[in-house]
Every structure is written in C-alpha cells, then in structure tokens.
Design a protein. Structure first.
Lengths: 248, 476
C-alpha cells in the first residue's frame, strides 16, 4: 500500500490540489495529513472540506498548532504577528462544521509501527521544532515506533537511527525512493505542502510504499502566483504572499 | 519496543544446484571475508551472473550487515559500463543476496607483482580507472574503498569498479556514517579525510588512485600498510618519498600527476577524476611544477607545519559529488586554425569565456583538426609534418591568449584526421569532455542538410552538451 504524507498545507488550496493529484498519479491508496491544515493561506474552508472528505474515507489527520490556535485564543497569543493576524482572519471564514472537524482532530495517531504527529512525539501539544538530531531522537524514543511521520518544520528531512543514540539527518533528493527497512528507526519530516521554506517554491509531500519499504519525497510545482494573489486579495499580511513566491 | 541493533538471522549459504528466487546456483568461485560468491544462471539473462551472499550472524562484525545493505542500495542505483550490472537482491531478513553481472576480465591486482611498470602502461591502466571513477562520481556516488583488487577490466579495456560495501551515495542516507567511530577502508589506500571520518568527498577516490599509480609506477606503497589509527593519521601530514626517488625511471609528468593526487588537502588534488584521466592521456600537456622536480620528502619544519594544520583539521560540509564534479568540467573548443575567419574566431572566444566564467575549476582543451600530414606530400615529410603541427599549435595558443587562463587550466591539441567530426567526437568521448564549443555551420551553404558539416555532425552525435557559435555579422 502507498501512503501519501502531507504536512503544513496552511490553507493553500492550489498546493494541496496539485499534491493530491500527483499522489493519485503515483498510486496513493491512503493519506495522512500531518497538521497545520489552516493558517497563513487564503483558502481555509476549501482546504478543510477536502481534508474532511479524505478523513471520512479513512485518512489519518492530526492537529497542528495553527489548527489549535483557531480554536484556542491562548494558543494564538503565542504566535508572531503575521501568523496571529492570519488566525484571526481564518476564524471568520470557518463554519461551525469546520470548527467541529478541527476540534475532533487528535494530537497523535498510531497505525501498527507508524506514528503520526505534527511536531514531536515527546510533547505533542508543546509544538517543539525537530530541527536537530537531539530532538529527533527524543521524538523517536517517545513514539516507540519504527517510523515517525511529522511536519511543523517546513523543510523535508529524514532522520535515521539504529544502534546510535542520536539519529542522523539526511536531506532527501526529490523523486528518489529511499529504502527505509524496519530494522532501523526513521523520522520523516514531509516538508510543507502549502508553504515550503527551503528556497524552492514547489510543494512538498512524501510517499511511503509499504510493499517496498521505501519512502520517496516529492516536489510538485504548483500555481503559487494564484495562491499568493488570493493572500493579497484577502487582505492578509503581504509577507505571507511573498513567502510563497520565494519559497522561504 | 526496544530500539537496538538490527536483528539478522545467520545467512544461509546456498548449495550448488539449489534454486534461490529463480536463480540456479552454480559453483562457488570466491570466498572472502565479507561474503561468498557463486556463479548463477538467471532466467533470460543476456550475460553471465554471480550471486554474492554476505557472511552475517553471530561472530560477524555489525558493519558487514550494513556494508551489505549499502552495496545493495548503491549498486542498484548505478548504471553504465564501469560497474557490474545489477540484477536482483534478496531482503536482509529473509534471504540476503545480491545478483549482478559477472566481469570475466583480469583484476588490476594481477599487475601489482609486475610493478614497476613502464610509464605508458601505468598511464593506460590509471586512465581507465580514472574514467570509471568519473562515471561513478557523476552519478553522485563515491567508492571509498578503491584498491587494485576492486578494479576489473572488460575485454574492451574499460575498467569496472566492484565491491561497493563502503561506498557513499549522496541520494541515500549514509548508513555507515552512523555506525563508524573508527576509520574504515583499506589501510594502504585510504585518504586522510576518510581517516578523520569524512565520507562525502569524491576526491578521496583520487587519493586512492594516486596510491595505485604510485604502486604501479614504483612497485612500492607510498604510505606502507599501517595497522594502527595513529599510523593511518600520519598521512595527514607526512608526504611520501617522491616516486622518482624510489624508481628513477618514472618521468616527471607521472610524478606530477601522482603527487597531485596524493595531496593531503583534497582541495589541492585535481578537481575531478576526468582531469586525471586527461593528464594521463596527454603527458606532454601536464603542467610541471615543484612536485615534478621534488627529490625528497619535506623537511622537519614543513612537516611540523602540516602536523599543526592536520591537528586542527575539520572537514567542511560538501555539495553532492555530481555537483562538485560538474563545477570542474572539461570544455573542448574546436578552433578552425586552417581558416582565417576573425569574426568566427572572436565569437568562439567570447562563447568560451562565457562558459568558463560560470566558475568552478573548469578546464579548457583547445583542439584543431588538420589533414593527416602524409597526405600533404613533400619530400622531407618529417620536417614538413613537424612544422605543420607547430604552426597550428601556435595559432591555437594565440587564439587562447586573450582568455588569460592559468597554466594547467588550458591545453592545446593538434589532431590529424581526414574526418574532423569523427576525430572531435572521438576526442570528446575518450577524454570525458562535458561541453563542446564549436563554430556553427554558415547559414547560407547550399545543400547543407544533405552534405552535412563538421559541426552539425558533432552536435548530433556528441556525448555531451554542444554550443554552436555564430558570429554576430552572419546572424539573421
């Protein structure tokens, strides 16, 4: 079975649509959304509609900090100005059903030897960034799973560990199927679908192929000028549109 | 769940006559430290194949498991004539094996007992290995365990690299980087940066190639076969005796190439294996420096300075092998020295300048093709021939002067052939040229498509990028 992993969609409908179409072409049979469905982008309602449809058909969806901030003003208060502004704007665009869907999302999900969390398994509600081997090691240890799939950090990276206490980071090359056998532990950060930050404007997602025990990171060029134009038209902070144009 | 070492069952060694995943196992042809090799018959295979089965399980080092995984991944990702073709592999937990093409030709280690070899033979063998390394580096892989036993030859003379158990491939996580606290590799051949744990530099393979060249040229190993880590570290600061001091028959150009490859600092080695192959193929074009004339090892002061540098050695992060190699490409410019078209020559020079200005350690080979001298007739043929070659060489040098290139960055070649396009293509192929710059066919030649021209043929058949240059005046 092929499982498509999408993180940090951030209300970017153009990026989400492009990634889902690509994943379908690549033969995805299951989907996991790794949090931060909304925030920053101009299409929160439409994105939630798409994700909810997938959830009804069995997709895994976990809660991200931006999703939590929509529901909880205390959470929103910890964010930077542009992010906080976008959250306030997002609240006005969501229906009661959208809110109920967000409120239903778990912080973590587990399927056999796979663990899904937005930020880190050792403190899922604290939104700590896994940006180094130390934090990756903590997340892997707390998850107690062979494969941990997460987001939050907007750049794709794969941590791998066997006997060593600290896993090592690896920057994946798009489109290369990396063997990820069960005899090691792996922490994959899928990269951001809706707001990539590694200098490449193309949307990120990853695909786990169970039969081959291989993980492929994908980059999908999408219509970011349209997404950026919507951000500007909505009156959201212009910097959020610029980020899409620069991929940073 | 306990997070621990991979649990691998002891590998079952197949028996001759057994069928493993469709492969009929034949005779055992080799039994080494890391694994056992069997000849196998693969259904529908167009070439002979071997099955490598690792020695795993209790009593075997953990690195042998990882090496086997590395070889499975890396070999499956490689292609081309310089590696054995990958056929299939069996999962580690179920039935670990690797089936690949059998290379029947001789091993480079067969030449070692006959060393010192004549310089020409060292250059031929070393050039074949360098070409194979370049192919590997361009695919984003580094061998990291290059030694004579890991080089085989096809009947065609092409070198084939085998045993990728310690290799690094930039597109896959480096499983060995995680496990190893001690340097791994073969003691006589391992590079200084590998000794301190750096595994991402393709120039590490050039150091090993330098050791091989030294060994073939002198019959001795430049650093011996140290058995301790301190012994291995010595090559970070101690230079080997110059090859000419060991074997006086070694020419200066060969010593220059060998010592350049053996520089402790990778940045001072040739930028790519293709450049080593190029130098080995064109001894007369090797820029001879201090290394060529060196008669003994560095004195105690120089050694102390290097020792201090080595003590603080910290490898810097590196781009992927293919990126590094691309920045040091070989550019071939075909200069029509027999035609006096100033506009075309100037346009060609500007185009070359543009290509070279993209940075990196690019090298320029300037070539012209002239008709074979013997066809020119004349009673004093030798003299005429030499004069002809010198004349065209002078024109080439003059053409390149405004580019102001450093010695060692540019070379000049007068090729004699009745088929200019064929000669240029052959040159590009043999020398691993990455980019050909050549004058475009004039726009107004009648029947151009029917007759063809040198540049159109080159553009169509070249193994690399081709730039066709048209002078502004003739543009439409």
């Amino acid at each position: 079975m092929k499982l498509a992993l999408l993180a940090d969609v951030h209300a970017n409908l153009e990026a989400l649509t492009a990634c889902l179409a690509d994943a379908e072409e690549q033969g995805a049979e299951a989907y996991a959304f790794l949090g931060d469905l909304v925030g920053y982008g101009a299409d929160p309602a439409a994105v939630l509609d798409v994700v909810r449809e997938h959830a009804e058909r069995g997709a895994i969806v976990v809660l991200g900090n931006h999703d939590a901030a929509v529901l909880d003003p205390a959470e929103a208060a910890t964010m930077n100005a542009a992010a906080g502004e976008a959250i306030a704007w997002t609240r006005g665009r969501l229906s009661a059903e959208h809110r109920a869907f967000l409120a239903s999302l778990p912080l973590v999900a587990r399927r056999d030897d796979r663990f899904f969390v937005h930020a880190t398994a050792d403190a899922p509600s604290e939104w700590v960034y896994v940006t180094d081997p130390l934090h990756a090691g903590r997340s892997l240890a707390a998850a107690g799973a062979r494969w941990v799939f997460s987001g939050h950090v907007h750049e794709p990276v794969l941590y791998y560990a066997s006997t060593a206490e600290r896993p090592l980071p690896f920057r994946p090359v798009p489109g290369v199927a990396i063997p990820v056998p069960a005899r090691r532990r792996w922490l994959a950060i899928a990269g951001s679908c809706g707001q990539p930050r590694d200098g490449n404007t193309a949307a990120c997602y990853a695909m786990m192929d169970d039969a081959r025990q291989a993980l492929t990171f994908h980059r999908v060029p999408y219509d970011w000028p349209a997404a950026a134009a919507k951000v500007r038209a909505a009156g959201l902070p212009p910097r959020l549109a610029d980020r899409l144009a620069k991929g940073e | 769940m306990r997070a621990g070492a991979p649990v691998i069952p002891a590998a079952q060694l197949p028996r001759p006559g057994e069928v493993v995943d469709g492969f009929l196992v034949g005779e055992r042809i080799h039994s080494g430290g890391m694994g056992v090799l069997y000849r196998v018959t693969a259904p529908g295979a167009a070439f002979p194949a071997v099955m490598k089965v690792p020695r795993l399980g209790p009593g075997e080092p953990a690195t042998s498991v990882i090496s086997f995984e590395v070889e499975q991944t890396v070999l499956a990702a490689l292609s081309g004539p310089h590696v054995p073709r990958f056929v299939a592999s069996g999962e580690l937990e179920r039935r670990p094996y690797l089936v690949m093409e059998e290379i029947v030709g001789p091993s480079l280690k067969d030449w070692v007992p006959r060393a010192p070899l004549p310089p020409g033979e060292v250059a031929r063998l070393g050039g074949a290995v360098a070409t194979a390394l370049h192919s590997l580096h361009r695919q984003d892989a580094i061998h990291l365990d290059l030694k004579p036993a890991n080089v085989l030859f096809r009947d065609t003379g092409e070198a084939v690299l085998i045993d990728f158990g310690l290799a690094h491939h930039a597109r896959y996580p480096d499983l060995l980087a995680e496990e190893l606290r001690r340097p791994i590799g073969s003691a006589p051949y391992i590079s200084p940066e590998q000794v301190v744990g750096e595994r991402g530099d393709p120039r590490s393979d050039l150091f090993a190639l330098g050791v091989i060249l030294y060994q073939l040229a002198t019959g001795r190993l430049p650093f011996g076969s140290p058995t301790s880590e301190a012994g291995l570290r010595r090559r970070l600061w101690r230079d080997p005796p110059p090859p000419r001091a060991v074997a006086p028959g070694v020419p200066e150009w060969l010593q220059e190439i060998v010592l350049r490859c053996l520089e402790p600092d990778a940045a001072r080695r040739p930028a790519t294996a293709a450049q080593v192959a190029f130098d080995l193929a064109h001894p007369d074009q090797v820029a001879l420096g201090e290394r060529a004339r060196r008669t003994r090892t560095a004195g105690p002061l120089a050694r102390l300075r290097r020792w201090i540098l080595a003590a603080g050695y910290e490898p810097a992060p590196l781009p992927s092998p293919s990126t590094q190699v691309a920045a040091a490409s070989i550019v071939l410019v075909a200069v029509a020295t027999q035609h006096d078209d100033e506009a075309q020559l100037a346009a060609l020079r500007e185009a070359v300048r543009g290509v070279l200005e993209r940075g990196g350690a690019r090298r320029l080979a300037c070539a012209t093709v002239i008709r074979p001298i013997s066809q020119l007739g004349g009673s004093r043929q030798d003299e005429t021939a030499a004069r002809q070659r010198l004349k065209h060489l002078a024109i080439l040098r003059h053409w390149a002067e405004p580019l102001r290139l450093a010695t060692g960055q540019v070379s000049f070649h007068v090729i004699e052939s009745g088929d200019p396009a064929g000669a240029l293509l052959e040159y590009a192929r043999v020398n691993g040229v990455d980019h050909v710059v050549i004058g475009a066919p004039p726009p107004a030649v009648p029947l151009r498509g029917v007759l063809g021209t040198v540049s159109t043929k080159v553009a169509l058949e070249a193994p690399c990028t081709v730039t066709l240059v048209r002078p502004p005046a003739s543009r439409r």
